[in-house]
Design a protein around this ligand. Structure first.
Ligand SMILES: [Zn+2]
Length: 220
């Protein structure tokens, strides 16, 4: 005897039919989901670049990053914490920004000794702590700009449509493996020029064993 078709099966069929009807507007992401760790780094504005590296200095590309147009520069700076603790060889990322910004993992913040560093999205630095920055040609006393970067996913408008999310929504990222973790507050950043890509800091990457992880699931 034929058992009645289950509710799940019906939903599966309906979903398949709907997806076929909607056609190319709900196509799968153009590139597979890439999950990367961002090591501590700094973004510079033009004025601070010139103070640290000399008038007229321009950033030199060391290597391009995954996201088109972004690169690790050859330039590096030293951070000086409140009790003269240092982080040296902090990589500068290009291109230049309107405001300077330092992105550190929690471990970096503890070792540098800066208090009250918030978790923020890149660019959202009002009211954050500052830091003394040393370059080969000068020093900049940043009044604000030190953050722990919030874990986020870059996606195109088509990817956002695929996942059914919009700019600034929160998603979940499940990372499988021996130390499997689900990140509950992955911020969605929609931009037509980006590749589908999660950015987490090095503490988050170490916690989930990112370098060994093969299984990632991004959900609403
Ligand atoms: Zn990012």
């Amino acid at each position: 005897m034929n058992p009645a078709i289950s509710r799940e099966e019906v939903e599966k069929i309906v979903r398949k039919v709907v997806l076929e009807r909607l056609g190319p507007s709900v196509k799968a992401p153009a590139v597979p989901l890439a999950v990367h760790a961002s090591a501590r780094h700094m973004h510079l504005c033009k004025a601070d670049l010139e103070k640290l590296f000399g008038p007229g200095h321009e950033l030199t590309v060391d290597r391009p990053l995954y996201q088109p147009g972004n690169y690790a520069a050859k330039e590096m700076v030293t951070l000086v914490g409140p009790r003269s603790r240092l982080i040296s060889n902090l990589r500068v990322l290009g291109p230049l920004r309107d405001r300077s910004q330092i992105e550190l993992a929690f471990t970096d913040i503890i070792s540098l000794g800066i208090e009250n560093v918030p978790v923020r999205l890149s660019g959202d630095i009002d009211g954050t702590p500052g830091c003394l920055v040393m370059g080969p040609k000068g020093v900049v006393e940043l009044k604000e700009g030190v953050i722990r970067a919030a874990i986020h996913v870059h996606m195109s408008p088509a990817d956002a449509e695929f996942y059914g999310v919009k700019h600034k929504d929160l998603m979940k990222l499940r990372v499988g493996g021996a130390a499997g973790i689900t990140f509950d507050r992955v911020h969605v950043r929609v931009d037509p020029t980006v590749l589908l890509n999660v950015h987490m800091d090095t503490d988050e990457a170490n916690a989930c064993g990112l370098h060994l992880a093969k299984e990632f699931e991004l959900t609403k």
